[in-house]
Design a protein around this ligand. Sequence first.
Ligand code: PHE
Length: 329
Amino acid sequence: MQQKIKDVSNQFEKDIAQVENLNSLEEVRIKYLSKKGLFVKLFEEFKSLPKEEMPKFGSLLNQTKNSVQASIDALRDKLEKSGKEAEKYIDLTLPGKDVDIGSKHILIQTLDEMKSIFKSLGFSVYEGPELESDYNNFEALNFPPDHPARDMQDTFFVTEDFLLRTHTSPVQIRLMKNGKPPFRAIMPGKVYRNEAISAKSYCLFHQVEGLYIDKNVTLAELKGTLIAFVKQFFGNDVKYRFRPSFFPFTEPSAEMDIWWEPKDKPGRWLEILGCGMVDPNVLENVGIDPEEWVGYAFGIGVERNALRKYGIDDIRLFFDNDKRFLTQF
Ligand code: PHE
């Protein structure tokens, strides 16, 4: 019995000397100390010894087992500590993680393209606030109070006199009040309307307003400018038409449509902008003499044009911030 205990103990010394990590240490523990381990076997043999020999071998066996247990515990401690030490160091040879850099939102790209087209046509860029006075958004643009034309645009009122602008046309008023004619500028920005949200409309969208005030500005120039724009934006073969329309701040007024053929669907005319010759009342409201100055204005919907140009079928996609959508452009 004594020899057997010694053999197991010697074997253990050899095994534990080979251990390099917590996994191999666990294998050693199982080999010696588990329910099927070598010590359980020794204890079984011990039970069948004659009574007189039991005390002598019992204490030897217990001592040996305890020292095996102690060696395993000590080594486990050591290995765990050195593992934590290792974590403190950064391995500079590891490959880096991919960093996602953002990309320009497709609407910003579209706006940038529109700006650059109009800049090449001689327009400068001017901006106004999204929180507007009722006066600038409606009254100065020739919408009298209680005029039914106000219902054309469902408004988010903030107070009785202030609102989220429903179009970029109030920026025309700001531009004309802040300077002296002639003016030739576009005014891009966000506008808000209290509309039911669907694939076609959203409570927020972008417009690019345009204003040209000078002497002898004609409707033909307005048409020429807008045709040049749609050709550059959609391509030379774009089909377009002008339709008479109504806006309180322009007279005459028109809307421009382009022919659109979505994939697998019949083609149709789609409205992309409103425009017209600036109403003399508007010029008077900002202190410009309508006998001396004339001009035209237009307002282009940005989302609708991006939908068409890029074949997107739901306006809400622009605002969902879904990376799978945004990274395509
Ligand atoms: N502000 C008009 C709209 O939002 C568009 C427009 C702008 C029409 C300028 C004429 C002149 O519908």
